[in-house]
Design a protein around this ligand. Structure first.
Ligand SMILES: Nc1ncnc2c1ncn2[C@@H]1O[C@H](COP(=O)(O)OP(=O)(O)OP(=O)(O)O)[C@@H](O)[C@H]1O
Length: 230
């Protein structure tokens, strides 16, 4: 499995007043192409911080962070923004859909930055909305959809750019059990059927059980997980 994400001796700290607050310490991690990794750990252990770094939403304080061979920590701001838009699909706990746009328009949004024609965009959006089982809801606004359906729109939006990497932060955190199962099955299909590499932060053991591997963070230190699933 060739590596998609390579992290070497990564640290992250914040300043609180004139005090340094260490959040991640000496992280070393390789995520292979087609892997599905769950990041777990107590609240405040640094899971979202690590996910945001991998997704290029933030920068490490030190260390190497390569995605597809590019040291994204060293990209200038504008290049990092472009890189992120072209390579990373995001799934958040609270969906982050635009309320004034329909499901179709929300999914089309990332494609507006590409050179695709309107017809090509429509084909792409139709395809992914069909894949997430919402072809008949594309004209609905988020407020007209259930939480599970909104999350599936968000997954379609993540998928529509054909990302190198999908990052998910508590994707089932706001869902009831049945909707959470639907969303997890869908993520499993993205991984198994489409070969998408997924990194997911979760507190949910059932969500983590869908992953190929589980790593734990404890006070900013990545620990080997003896209970990792195969
Ligand atoms: N911008 C920031 N400035 C200062 N401290 C921050 C900042 N962002 C995060 N932190 C701190 O970093 C630590 C890790 O936060 P992070 O959100 O990564 O934890 P987490 O493991 O995802 O927690 P949770 O499970 O509660 O979401 C916390 O102590 C948090 O207060």
């Amino acid at each position: 499995m060739s590596p998609i994400v390579e992290i070497e001796n990564l640290t992250k700290h914040y300043w609180r007043g004139n005090q340094i607050v260490p959040v991640l310490t000496d992280i070393n991690l390789v995520i292979g192409e087609g892997d599905f990794l769950a990041l777990m750990g107590p609240s405040g252990s640094g899971k979202s911080t690590l996910l945001n770094l991998i997704a290029g939403l933030d920068r490490p304080t030190s260390g190497v962070l390569r995605v597809s061979g590019i040291n994204i920590a060293e990209l200038p701001e504008a290049s990092l923004t472009d890189w992120r838009a072209a390579n990373v699909g995001f799934i958040f706990q609270f969906y982050n859909l635009m309320p004034v746009l329909t499901a179709f328009e929300n999914v089309e949004l990332p494609l507006l930055l590409t050179g695709l024609s309107k017809r090509e965009r429509r084909e792409h959006v139709n395809l992914v909305l069909e894949m997430v089982g919402l072809a008949d809801r594309m004209d609905h606004y988020p407020s007209q959809l259930s939480g599970g359906q909104q999350q599936r729109v968000a997954i379609a939006r993540a998928l529509v750019i054909d990302p190198v990497l999908i990052v998910a932060d508590e994707p089932t955190g706001d869902l009831d059990r049945a909707s959470a199962e639907d969303v997890l099955e869908l993520m499993e299909r993205l991984n198994v059927d489409l070969g998408k590499t997924i990194v997911m932060v979760t507190h949910d053991q059932r969500a983590a059980a869908k992953a190929h591997s589980i790593r734990h963070l404890d006070k900013g230190v990545l620990t080997d997980d003896p209970g990792a699933v195969a």
